[in-house]
Design a protein around this ligand. Sequence first.
Ligand SMILES: [Zn+2]
Length: 250
Amino acid sequence: MKPASDEAQGRKVGDGQRHTNSDERPLIYTPEEALAISEMDFERYCRIATLSFSLELKRAALVELEHEVAELTMAVVAARQADDGELASRWHAVQTFIESQVLELRMWVALNDKSFEAAYGYFVSAQKYAAAAERWLGEFPPVAALVERLAHQETVLFPRQWFFSLAFIVDENKVECSICRTLASSCDHIPGRLYNGFEAQRILGRVVSVREISMVDNPSDKRCRVIDFGGIDPLTGKDRENTDTVNDIV
Ligand SMILES: [Zn+2]
């Protein structure tokens, strides 16, 4: 088995300019090269990201992946500075995929530490990042595998949750586009797509009223959940008044 070496940690994202690699670290020049390497590393991280595997190796893998995220962040910034918005978006898509792996590993570390609420928070974020990466990367088998694995983990690691979904009535004249900062109804930016390495979002300036609150199976935010069910947190089974007591939910 290949250990969690410093191989990935030694990887360095290039600035797009071929130059002398004075510290002998391999340089990555394109998002596609970064994806190819992440595909090679994917199975190794899958193996590490399980409850039984060494906590030390998980922490070492986290250092590797976080180092890579930092390098990718710099690549996004460099592409923006070079006025190459399309390249910035491709780098950001790769960065989002690696971040989803970071979040999954953090979830497993939190589970090892018996920090179940934190683990659930990391899980929700990992799923959100993986879904975004899948949207932006398209046909890339590791991201599809990660989305599938997270969906499976949700059913076996955490008890079923009850989610809320809120429907708002908003003032259309106060809804801005996060990219161009004009009225969302008057621009062509599509929410969820990347522009210059930024995801287009709608910014709600004013909520007129809440139309309804529904119980749903697939909410947009899985943190919006029932946290007190007869005094018990349905995620942990713990009495919310007395966190030392674990109760059964019936
Ligand atoms: Zn816009």
